[in-house]
Design a binder for this molecule. Structure first.
Ligand code: ADP
Length: 168
């Protein structure tokens, strides 16, 4: 079997400990190379710019690449995800599943992506119980309200977030 390449797509606005847990588990058990695909034109009107999101992803995943001896690279993605996957030689799309509420959307996307490109398989990792409730959107809300976010995101990300919200 050749090199197993996974593509982990998302908005990463910003990267959280929940995302990093998925990256770590994929690196430990599933792939030889992981490409983290950061949405360029995210429909979610991100708080962080594309360049900020990609820089944080790169910085925070570098230690995991080292730890597991695999390549982890971040790149921008726009357009059809499966096309990017094929271009990168990725055979799997990696997604995290938190609650049942994630399921409908993820099931539809995975089914559609398989119709579009049957050489790319979507692989779901269940969120670890410690991160089940961690979502970028919720962490941003907590930060904006002055709450403690250190346990949900890496320290550098927490301080970048506080910077964003104190500018406003
Ligand atoms: P998107 O806009 O594509 O949902 P996100 O950045 O919100 O992008 O999430 C990217 C992926 O990471 C999704 O598959 C999401 O379910 C997963 N994810 C986000 N937070 C967690 C978490 N706490 N635990 C496990 N998976 C997560």
């Amino acid at each position: 079997m050749g090199e197993r390449v996974g593509l982990y797509p998302g908005t990463f606005d910003p990267i959280t400990n929940g995302h990093l847990d998925i990256v770590e588990r994929a690196a430990a058990h599933l792939v030889d190379r992981l490409i983290i695909a950061v949405a360029i034109n995210a429909s979610k009107s991100p708080v962080f710019t594309f360049n900020e999101r990609i820089a944080m992803v790169q910085e925070q995943t570098a230690p995991l690449a080292e730890k597991y001896g695999i390549k982890i690279e971040a790149r921008g993605v726009q357009g059809l995800l499966v096309e990017t996957a094929v271009e990168c030689g990725a055979s799997m799309l990696i997604r995290g599943l938190r609650a049942v509420s994630d399921f409908d959307y993820e099931f539809q996307m995975a089914s559609m992506n398989r119709k579009l490109e049957d050489q790319v398989e979507t692989v779901f990792l269940m969120a670890s119980e410690n991160y089940l409730f961690v979502a970028s959107s919720l962490v941003k809300e907590i930060c904006q309200l002055g709450g403690d976010i250190e346990q949900f995101v890496p320290a550098e990300v927490a301080s970048a977030m506080r910077g964003k919200f104190s500018q406003k």
